[in-house]
Design a protein around this ligand. Structure first.
Ligand code: ZN
Length: 419
């Protein structure tokens, strides 16, 4: 058996959190980060070929004389972050809503004044693909600088067949041209557009019978998502749309129980969704249903924070019920102001009671599993892409928001941020 030839070596790190092992991690295993001391990582062509003690490296791989050597002294190494819930493709500017919210306006009041999702829809419908591409690329650049190396991106600001397809074409173009790998989600059921307000059943039919077949025919999405919430889409409507998506090859995800106990968790379990997202109002029955169906909880504490919801998802209860928990940024124009997974992890620790280890698993291997890419990213182990973040000091530096904790970001063996 010939030994692999390595062209890159990360050495002298204080510690490596490999997050290696089977995914997803639920219950007590949510905190298993596979920490190694006195270990190096070797890679070839962007793929990890060795993780382990430096003394055994020579027996495992041939390190090319010209191999790049990354000195990680004073740093810990963690897997590149995976952000499984974003709305990065949009046009328009809703920063004015931030001022309104800080002055005390609620989400519903802002929407009633013409703000909210529908103002983004109006701007996104008229934007060109190039404009959408430029805006989303800048958002991805910010995410990458914060250590995100894989993400999900949704449509949902077009709400017509053509403008939803336009958003998803932008996602595909970004996946091909940006270092961040992107998984695409069709979210035509993000909101009922104004022209269908008096005939919402027709809009549900449009999503299920026209949009989904078009999205699937062009191979533009991996997932189908629905905003299941009082006043948006009902559990029955969500089920119909997610079943249609499943029939066309799109795996279900769902916005569930964000603003109230909408029943979305039970829809997630019934349609065997890959993830149920938000879950701020999920109860124990919902947690049992999600655990039983093997649905991943994707929690978005930055949404609770910026929307000033006054409460966060019951993450500890979900973990105790055996639901695997992932974390996501929810980058979006109305309330997803932070591109930073370390900020999300910080909120998860300080507002939802997660340990740092649980938050790290949630932001890496579990998030990767929720995007069906845990076979190639989300942990540092041989066979996977070398997607990694070097953090100055210890893991706890990640919660020091504003401190320059991230020294380097590596995507498929390429240094994409350093400083
Ligand atoms: Zn969302």
């Amino acid at each position: 058996v010939s030994r692999p030839v390595a062209d890159l070596l990360i050495e002298d790190a204080t510690a490596i959190a490999t997050c290696a092992g089977p995914a997803p991690r639920a219950g007590p295993r949510q905190r298993e980060i596979g920490q190694l001391h006195d270990a190096v990582i070797a890679a070839a062509d962007g793929r990890i070929v060795y993780v382990g003690p430096p003394v055994a490296l020579q027996n495992a791989v041939d390190l090319q004389p010209a191999a790049r050597r990354i000195d990680a002294s004073g740093c810990v190494v963690v897997p590149g972050f995976v952000d499984p819930h974003t709305h990065i493709v949009f046009a328009g500017d809703r920063r004015g809503e931030l001022q309104r919210r800080l002055a005390g306006a609620t989400y519903a009041q802002i929407a009633a004044e013409g703000g909210g999702i529908l103002s983004t829809v109006a701007a996104t419908r008229t934007a060109s693909e190039d404009e959408l591409l430029a805006g989303a690329r800048a958002r991805l650049d910010e995410m990458l600088a914060c250590g995100t190396t894989t993400c999900e991106a949704k449509s949902g600001y077009g709400l017509t067949t053509e403008s939803e397809l336009k958003q998803l074409r932008v996602v595909r173009a970004l996946d091909r041209s940006h270092p961040i790998d992107i998984r695409a989600t069709f979210l035509g059921a993000h909101e009922v557009p104004p022209e269908y307000r008096a005939r919402r059943a027709d809009y549900v039919a449009l999503v299920a019978d026209e949009m989904i077949p078009c999205v699937a025919a062009d191979g533009l999405a991996d997932y189908c998502d629905v905003f299941c919430e009082d006043g948006v889409f009902t559990p029955a409507e969500a089920t119909r749309i997610l079943d249609a998506g499943r029939g066309a090859g799109l795996t279900p995800r769902i916005h569930a129980d964000e603003l109230g106990a909408s029943g979305g968790s039970f829809v997630a379990a019934a349609v065997n969704a890959r993830s149920a997202d938000h879950l701020v109002f999920a109860n124990e029955q919902a947690a049992e249903a999600l655990a039983q169906a093997g649905v991943c909880a994707v929690l978005l504490p930055a949404a609770s924070f910026y929307l000033k919801l006054g409460r966060f998802a019951p993450a500890r209860m979900l973990i105790e019920h055996g639901v695997p928990v992932a974390l996501a940024s929810d980058v979006n124009p109305g309330g997803g102001f932070s591109p930073s997974m370390p900020f999300v992890m910080t909120l998860a620790c300080f507002e939802m009671g997660l340990t740092l280890e649980e938050a790290l698993v949630a932001a890496t291997i579990n998030a990767a599993w929720s995007l069906d890419c845990a076979d190639r990213t989300g942990s540092l182990e041989p066979g996977k892409q070398l997607d990694a973040v070097l953090v100055r000091g210890g893991f706890d530096e990640l919660v020091r928001i504003g401190a320059p904790a991230i020294r380097m970001v590596i995507k498929r063996g390429q240094v994409v941020k350093s400083g």
